[in-house]
Design a protein around this ligand. Structure first.
Ligand code: XBP
Ligand code: MG
Length: 267
């Protein structure tokens, strides 16, 4: 089956954004007088929960508070998340975030090869808009035929809802699409939807169990930022992942149905 589309995750995949998200959370907590501060170690653990609102609710539930106080804080989560999103988009628009190595190159190579591009992300449309505008300029949003994100689905990653929404909106079956992710939650979401998945972990997700991934690389790499040990480790033709090699690797993949069944049970 020939591949028609690449479906990109955003946070950790298009760009290493989680430090800016963490700073935005802490700025909102300070602005609203909550007395909370998430350290990098704490945030890395909290990232096991996808969705900023869901992440804050999980944090609140971990605090030594009585139920009425937890309920009151839960009710403030939308307000806190709106403040956090404002801080995040402000920092993104000020140029605080760069695309990861090879992302722009692969996006362009995919478009030149006639593939369609889509996004399947847990974060908000506002955050995606700010990131794409700041890193790709006005053409950023136009590059993606579909942007499936945030609260468009009830069940967030690792549930497969967001990838199923992206595929349905694209009108592309899973066997004709490739997912590119950074986390276990994202990998399971994509696998459960039946997509062959490339994983490029970051500091926030490295060392996780990426079983089921079609390929795991430190990043996509670039001529200016070649991957150590490549070609010859995972890659055959160059020290960065080009679209031709990505399509070749996905095309020789084992049938997804067995893998998909496994991960569908998980989600
Ligand atoms: C990663 C997430 C998001 C971000 C924070 O999304 O789980 O929750 O950490 O963004 P992705 P919000 O699927 O792109 O990796 O606060 O907007 O949720
Ligand atoms: Mg991610």
């Amino acid at each position: 089956m020939s591949i028609e589309a690449l479906v990109f995750d955003v946070d950790g995949t298009l760009a290493d954004t989680e430090e800016v998200h963490r700073m935005a959370f802490n700025l909102a907590f300070e602005e609203l007088g909550l007395g909370w501060h998430w350290t990098q170690a704490e945030y890395r653990s909290l990232l096991s929960v996808t969705g900023g609102k869901e992440r804050m609710k999980t944090y609140i539930d971990s605090l030594p508070l009585r139920a009425p106080e937890k309920k009151r804080l839960h009710e403030r989560v939308p307000e806190v998340h709106a403040a956090k999103t404002q801080h995040y988009t402000d920092m993104a628009r000020r140029g605080g975030i760069e695309l990861r190595p090879g992302v722009l190159r692969l996006l362009d190579e995919a478009q030149d090869a006639g593939l369609r591009l889509a996004i399947a992300s847990t974060t908000t449309a506002a955050n995606i808009d700010a990131l794409l505008q700041a890193t790709l300029g006005p053409r950023g949003l136009a590059m993606f035929d579909v942007i499936a994100c945030g609260d468009q689905v009830r069940a967030k990653k690792p549930a497969s809802d967001i990838y199923l929404l992206a595929l349905d909106t694209l009108g592309v079956p899973p066997e004709r699409a490739i997912a590119i992710e950074d986390s276990v939650n994202g990998l399971h979401s994509a696998l459960g939807a039946g997509l062959w998945t490339l994983v490029t972990p970051t500091f926030w997700t490295e060392g996780s169990d990426f079983s089921g991934a079609g390929l795991v690389l430190p990043s996509l790499g670039d001529p200016a930022q070649p991957l150590p040990g490549e070609p010859g480790g995972h890659l055959a033709s160059s020290a960065w992942l080009g679209i031709e090699e990505l399509l070749r690797l996905a095309s020789v993949a084992p049938p997804m149905n067995a893998v998909q069944a496994l991960y569908r049970e998980d989600s």
